[in-house]
Design a protein around this ligand. Structure first.
Ligand code: PRX
Length: 581
């Protein structure tokens, strides 16, 4: 079904005139150095994310403006101004200096959304460390894999999460310091741990010099591919240019906005848009530690008078499911602009947004590797429900055929980007060959299939690989299969994404058992528990089906494509390479 376009009023008639207000800005000549100048960057050798996010504002009229409104999961409330965060991050940078770290060392955080995550991450960036924020719901194995691969020297966590990963700590030979954050002030850490509050109270509030330049590594996020373990996509401080300008153009930040990004810092959306975009723009943002509940979310919007809201399609579908009645119980009139990212935003959700929030939800597209938004629906542009929008100024996106040649509008193919944008990843940690393989014929190959229409709008078609997107989280099937076959009962495992009305896809595993094991529901529960402990609960298989054997190529590779076709009742396609099974 085709959905009607959602037109926009003339920009002069909008209650707040959009920062990017004209189509022509999308075409004409554009140069990123314009944005450097706008941010006051004179010397590329002195460029630091924490400086751009806090110190710059702490010396301006925004000094006492609230940067962070924090609401804990038990209703606790705290707020931090730009100058307070500037000082607290100075202190944390000095903590690292006191521990003898050097520029380029890796510092990881493993915590829920508490203020100390932001202080530790930006303090580390200020110091010149490379930071890696981890999801708090990781089991011990993913934490071990990431800390080992990155050779992290410092881990900042909480006592409870430290206990959760106690079994892997002896394997982390590079890890020199474990800092635990106890919010209630009691020190309950283990012998040998360092106490965050003690370190901070002894640290100086001055950290005068900018120690990083545009091309120094800043943040790494591990992301899943089709094969192997997750890879650490590494970004540089210069990415800030693009976080800033996409915050301005796509999220349309204005001085008085209160912004809420629902993403966790463990995900790149939570760093690029849950930290860098709002704070480089000097905008106040809300961080809510609690999880999803429709009425709690609407209460946050109402309580903090959130005006710009950045969320994800699964969350919107869950809000749809909760119904319009719940929307009606809250005054959401502060909402001015809503954006969404991470998975396809189905047109029904956009149309529902019109009814529920009286405005379009603006879809946009990017990836861990791209570091920032590249394709977007802007406030001034008509919205075609189901489309991701158009490339931002400075970005050339195209559709390529199987030989990496450009295709005309209307054709489906590989979504590709001309390299060189500021927030582009600069390597996969320890994996330069894989990095190189992502560039073909002068293009960065995104791994997505898409098409472009004659108006230049891009439409997502699907992943070009087997990677599963469940509620916005990318899951490499290989990772899940490896975990399952580590269980003594499992001989073989094949993992696919099964379509789901809310989460887009859920992880489904097909499992063949070793002799002596029976396919009982008890074993199914045991395997689910096992996988949840070794992965993140959010990405562990939602369904496990026992099968006698799995379809494989003659070379022994599991044919996930066939499992998926069987699951969906679709034709099996070319099975000439299939081994008898
Ligand atoms: O497949 C695309 C999907 O999510 C992938 C990127 O995932 P990740 O690296 O975890 O994302 C980080 C920040 C968004 C993409 O390759 N994706 C992202 N946005 C959209 C999307 N699929 C469809 N529509 C989108 N707007």
């Amino acid at each position: 079904m085709d959905y009607p376009e959602i037109t926009k009023p003339n920009v002069d008639q909008m209650p707040v005139r959009p920062n990017l207000d004209h189509q022509s800005r999308l075409i004409g000549s554009f140069d990123w150095t314009q944005i450097e100048r706008e941010l006051g960057i004179q010397n590329r050798e002195e460029l630091n994310l924490a400086h751009l996010a806090f110190d710059r504002h702490a010396k301006s009229h925004r000094r006492d403006k609230v940067a962070l409104y924090w609401e804990g999961k038990n209703g606790e409330m705290e707020s931090y101004t730009f100058s307070e965060l500037s000082m607290l991050t100075n202190k944390f940078a000095n903590v690292l200096a006191g521990l003898g770290l050097v520029k380029g060392d890796r510092v990881f955080t493993f915590m829920g959304r508490i203020p100390e995550v932001y202080i530790a991450l930006f303090g580390s960036l200020k110091f010149g460390a490379i930071v890696g924020p981890l999801f708090a719901d990781f089991g011990p194995d993913p934490v071990r894999d990431r800390l080992q691969d990155s050779g992290a020297k410092v881990l900042v966590t909480t006592p409870a999460l430290r206990d959760h990963i106690a079994s892997i700590l002896p394997e982390l030979t590079d890890l020199k310091h474990l800092i635990t954050v106890e919010r209630d002030g009691k020190y309950v850490g283990q012998a040998g741990d360092l106490n965050y509050q003690e370190l901070m109270s002894g640290a100086s509030v001055d950290f005068p010099n900018i120690r990083t330049g545009a091309d120094d590594y800043s943040i790494m996020h591990y992301t899943s591919g089709t094969t192997g373990k997750p890879k650490g996509a590494v970004h540089v401080h210069y990415a800030a240019i693009q976080h800033y300008v996409t915050g301005k153009w796509v999220l349309d930040f204005h001085e008085d906005d209160v912004y809420w990004c629902t993403a966790d810092p463990g995900w790149v959306t939570g760093t690029s848009y849950g930290m860098l975009a709002p704070w480089t723009n000097g905008v106040s943002q809300v961080v809510y530690e609690g999880g999803f509940r429709a009425s709690a979310w609407y209460s946050i919007i109402n309580k903090y008078k959130v005006s710009v809201w950045y969320t994800a399609p699964t969350a919107i579908r869950m809000l749809m499911k909760a119904g319009e009645k719940v929307v009606g119980q809250h005054d959401l009139s502060s909402l001015r602009h809503i954006c969404s990212v991470g998975e396809p935003l189905n047109p029904e959700a956009v149309v529902w947004g019109l009814k529920a929030f009286h405005q379009a939800i603006h879809d946009n597209w990017w990836q861990t590797e791209t570091g920032a938004i590249l394709i977007a629906n802007y406030p001034f542009m008509k919205v075609c429900p189901g489309s991701m929008g158009r490339p931002i100024p400075g970005i050339t996106a195209t559709i390529l055929d199987a030989n990496y040649n450009e295709m005309p509008p209307g054709k489906e193919g590989y979504l590709a980007i001309r390299p060189g944008w500021p927030s582009m990843f600069r390597t996969y940690w320890n994996n330069p060959d894989l990095y190189k393989s992502r560039f073909q014929n002068g293009w960065y190959i995104t791994g997505d299939n898409a098409r472009r229409d004659i108006d230049g709008y891009f439409w997502f078609v699907g992943r070009a690989d087997d990677v599963i997107n469940t509620a916005g989280h990318l899951v490499g099937p290989f990772e899940v299969e490896s975990v399952l076959i580590a269980h003594p009962a499992v001989a073989e495992a094949g993992v696919i994404g099964k379509p789901d009305p809310i989460a887009m896809e859920v992880v489904k595993a097909f499992v063949a058992l070793n002799d002596g094991y029976q396919p009982t529901s008890e074993l199914r529960r045991e395997l689910t528990r096992f996988a949840r402990q070794k992965l993140r609960a959010a990405v562990a298989p939602r369904e496990i089906e026992f099968v006698a054997s799995l379809p494989k190529t003659r070379s022994g590779k599991i044919m996930r494509r066939l499992l998926k076709a069987q699951e969906l009742g679709q034709p099996l396609g070319d099975t000439s390479t299939l081994e008898d099974y």
